[in-house]
Design a protein around this ligand. Structure first.
Ligand SMILES: [Fe+2]
Length: 464
């Protein structure tokens, strides 16, 4: 069976995208919605105003400078005071991530109250390191949602850039810069401070992991001797085109003869995450009143099936760096140190003689958080059934915590004929891997339900 070059989705994506991570894009919902030459004209087109989102400090190197200009009907500036949002709930005001032990952890199935409806604003904090107030570290959240966000609400994280990975299900994400459909075996990245709204296509539940990066931005890894192709390629990342929640109406008295009018509805609520807590503020106008944008700071998505795996052609086993899709450099540390790497091990060929096609037993300085991504999209596939389903778990190996195959698995790999190439990961599950530089502390929610010191991690999480 040939490898899928894109995931064969039953749920089709009808949204339009720009292609190419790192490119500078200009996106208009009406010809001329983005002004020529001047970013900040005295009279922006169609009665809009210009608003800039800068994702890096102003004087950083040009190759790291990320910013985008939005042309919108009503600037985001016009909102009421932020006040604590549902701080009596664990999802809005989680217990501090404090548990740090030398143990490995596994979660065969995350514990949720399944009789309780939840939406995007009700994620569970699993763990974190660093401090969002210092822009250092990461947090990992678990979502298990079965309803749309409330009408006229939008979410944003002020803590960091969010990597959103559905394990199963799909998310319809409307951002200020346009719409993305993010299905299992795809992931999305939403920059810090960009507002978005999550609904469920066809009303079906979705479960997965959100990784928030407090420092800097995700980027493609350097390729070194690999050269220019292989792994994740720039052109396979998809960036939304502008979407205006409104219409353009003729107005002979206006400067351009046409004026942009937003569909505001009865008022909006913006829910913001800051220091892992939720806050909310009211505003009269929709955050999705952007008629056009231009820049290189934007949300994007990627289909993991597009990843071009590299590997052995003779013997030995190589480091998981070959599976890295995105990395986030730890500035101020030794060159090449990452705050976090995001990798995925999906269906691929192995051709390594006299070598088990699984890693050696190992202890890494990076911590490894591993979780399943269901790449089989057949609705009848067992793991695509229902909300209370397995596998929906993860494991975490701390820094220098030893791990590897159990005896049964080890013997299986010893008995395998390695004189011919073979396929791995053809069971419908891609392993999502988050390699983390600094120790991850767990919340009570994660710590109290975790299995510890397990010796059978793969079967415990993926096959239960
Ligand atoms: Fe490992």
């Amino acid at each position: 069976m040939a490898l899928n070059k894109t995931t064969p989705y039953v749920l089709k994506d009808t949204y339009k995208y720009h292609d190419g991570l790192g490119n500078f894009f200009q996106s208009e919902t009406y010809p001329g919605a983005v002004p020529l030459v001047n970013n900040h004209p005295q009279f922006p087109p169609f009665g809009t105003r210009s608003e800039k989102i800068s994702g890096t400090s102003f004087v950083g190197p040009r190759h790291r400078n990320l910013h985008t200009y939005l042309y919108r009907v009503r600037p985001a500036f016009f909102h009421d005071e932020y006040t604590p949002y549902n701080h009596h709930l664990e999802t809005a005001n989680p217990s501090p991530a404090k548990h740090l032990t030398p143990n490995s952890y596994n979660w065969p199935k995350f514990q949720f109250a399944l009789d309780q409806d939840s939406d995007w604003t009700e994620q569970r904090l699993l763990g974190s390191n660093g401090d969002p107030a210092k822009k250092e570290g990461v947090s990992i959240w678990v979502f298990n949602i079965n309803k749309d966000m409330e009408p006229n609400t939008a979410f944003m994280s002020l803590d960091g850039e969010a990597l959103i990975v559905p394990s199963v299900g799909a998310l319809d994400i409307q951002t200020e810069l346009g719409k993305l459909l993010v299905r299992q075996n795809e992931f999305a990245v939403i920059p810090r401070g960009v507002k978005y709204r999550v609904t469920l296509p066809e009303g079906k539940p979705a479960r997965g992991i959100t990784l928030e990066l407090y420092q800097g931005h995700f980027q493609l890894p350097d390729m070194g001797i690999i050269g220019s192709t292989g792994l994740a390629h720039q052109r396979d990342f998809q960036i939304p085109v502008a979407y205006f929640d409104g219409q353009f109406v003729e107005d002979k008295n206006s400067r351009d003869g046409v004026v942009a009018k937003a569909h505001n509805g009865p008022g909006w609520t913006i829910i913001a995450r800051l220091n892992c807590k939720l806050w909310s503020a009211a505003q009269e106008t929709t955050p999705f009143d952007v008629t056009g944008w231009q820049g290189n700071l934007y949300p994007y998505k990627y289909d993991v099936a597009r990843f071009s795996y590299l590997g052995n052609l003779c013997w030995d086993h190589h480091d998981p760096s070959l599976f890295v899709i995105l990395t986030a450099p730890a500035y101020g540390k030794a060159p090449g140190t990452a705050v976090v790497d995001f990798a995925a091990v999906g269906p691929h060929w192995e051709a390594s003689e006299d070598t088990p096609w699984v890693p050696w037993y190992h202890r890494n300085t990076m911590q490894e958080f591993v979780f399943p991504i269901v790449n089989n999209t057949d609705p009848k596939f067992p793991f695509n059934q229902g909300r209370d389903w397995a596998p929906f778990g993860a494991w975490l190996n701390g820094s220098m915590i030893p791990h590897g195959e159990n005896d049964e698995e080890y013997k299986h790999w010893q008995e395998k004929d390695t004189s011919r190439p073979g396929r791995l990961q053809d069971d419908g599950i891609t392993a999502g891997v988050i390699e983390i530089e600094s120790p991850l502390r767990l919340t009570d929610w994660a710590y109290n339900q975790a299995g510890k010191n397990f010796k059978n991690q793969v079967s415990a999480v993926f096959l239960e």
